[in-house]
Design a protein around this ligand. Structure first.
Ligand SMILES: NC(=O)c1ccc[n+]([C@@H]2O[C@H](COP(=O)([O-])OP(=O)(O)OC[C@H]3O[C@@H](n4cnc5c(N)ncnc54)[C@H](O)[C@@H]3O)[C@@H](O)[C@H]2O)c1
Length: 326
């Protein structure tokens, strides 16, 4: 009897928040071979990345420490593994940091992304699914933002993401690999990013540090729970696409005022000392996406986690794992 070969998936940025969560879930499905790469940079506490990675290694993830900038290493990896699907989740994330260290954005998000696509074109890859960001929409009305809304990137991070989309779109006409860009909106949850608000607030409270609150918390974010985002990514794995290039919003479509989220966290954690700061020009006032396109594309009902449940799970996870942050 002929044994059907498992499809091979490469996940870049596998030690990061979304990459880790995706790899974990795909490995648990036991239907795919998962290979991960990451440069393990120290943009935020490395211990968290190492811990995520050690959990994945226990699940038998094959891991290589490779930077997207190292094109030859990427090429050799592709040659060795014959991937079917590539998820590009490696990037220099963060909006404010793009003013401090712009080069890390051009290296990882622009040159690194081009390297990945150039390598991909030498192999028979079915799909390249890559992370874009809600930040490319900028600030203007109207809301919610659909994938056809105008874009207005206001910092280097969002510019790098928009350039990824535009490059992928143009090159997809010449390649057989289907390209899918995912505009993630404020993903949060267990194993999340310590540079993002919810974990930053919990860490500040735990370490008795102050927490800078910009614009009195008068911002809205379309908080999207990690498991919901991962379920959508997994649904895209086997879904056939006719078009060579697609873009989808990955969002809950329920923007929440920052103060509402902080109040919810306060139910589970002591409060940090809050230091009010003026509005940071790098921040958009509101993010609010429309998720109809992906719902229609997948043709199924998408159940989304309530923010109360999501915040509780995140806090529970934090208090079980707080030693990572000491
Ligand atoms: N988390 C969110 O809310 C959110 C929102 C919008 C977009 N995104 C995008 O989703 C993707 C994943 O985000 P995340 O929250 O998991 O971020 P993350 O920082 O936790 O993960 C990114 C990982 O990529 C690795 N990396 C960075 N540059 C690399 C390079 N040149 N080569 C190899 N590895 C590299 C980092 O070490 C890190 O482990 C990113 O592209 C990010 O911009 C995330």
């Amino acid at each position: 009897m002929k044994i059907k070969k498992k499809k091979k998936i490469l996940i870049t940025g596998v030690a990061g928040f979304i990459g880790f969560s995706l790899a974990k879930k795909i490995i648990e499905l036991k239907k795919y071979d998962v290979i991960g790469i990451d440069n393990l940079n120290s943009y935020y506490i490395k211990k968290l990345k190492i811990k995520r990675l050690s959990l994945l290694k226990k699940q038998k993830l094959k891991f290589y420490k490779i930077d997207l900038i190292e094109k030859n290493k990427l090429y050799n990896l592709f040659k060795k593994h014959d991937f079917d699907i590539v998820f590009n989740l490696a990037a220099q994330a963060g909006v404010r940091y793009s003013f401090e260290n712009p080069k890390s954005y051009t290296d990882s998000n622009i040159i690194g992304f081009i390297n990945l696509i150039e390598v991909t074109r030498n192999f028979k890859i079915d799909k390249l699914i890559f992370a874009s960001s809600s930040s490319i929409y900028g600030d203007q009305n109207p809301f919610p933002k659909t994938e056809n809304s105008d874009v207005n990137p206001i910092n280097l991070y969002s510019l790098s993401k928009l350039s990824n989309e535009q490059f992928a779109k143009s090159i997809s006409k010449k390649l057989n690999t289907k390209m899918i860009g995912l505009r993630f909106f404020t993903i949060y949850g267990p194993w999340g990013r310590p540079d993002m608000m919810i974990l930053k607030y919990l860490i500040a409270a735990y370490k008795k540090l102050s927490f800078p609150l910009f614009n009195n918390g008068d911002h809205y974010r379309d908080f999207t729970y990690i498991d919901d985002a991962i379920n959508l990514c997994i649904s895209l794995l086997n879904k056939k696409t006719r078009k060579k290039f697609e873009i989808f919003n990955i969002c809950s479509s329920k923007p929440l005022h920052i103060t509402k989220i902080l109040k919810e966290i306060d139910k589970y954690s002591p409060k940090p000392l809050i230091i009010n700061k003026p509005r940071d020009k790098a921040d958009v006032y509101k993010t609010y996406g429309d998720n109809k396109k992906i719902r229609n594309f997948l043709g199924k009902k998408i159940l989304l986690t309530s923010y109360k449940h999501g915040v509780k799970n995140t806090c529970d996870w934090f208090f079980r794992n707080k030693k990572i942050f000491t």
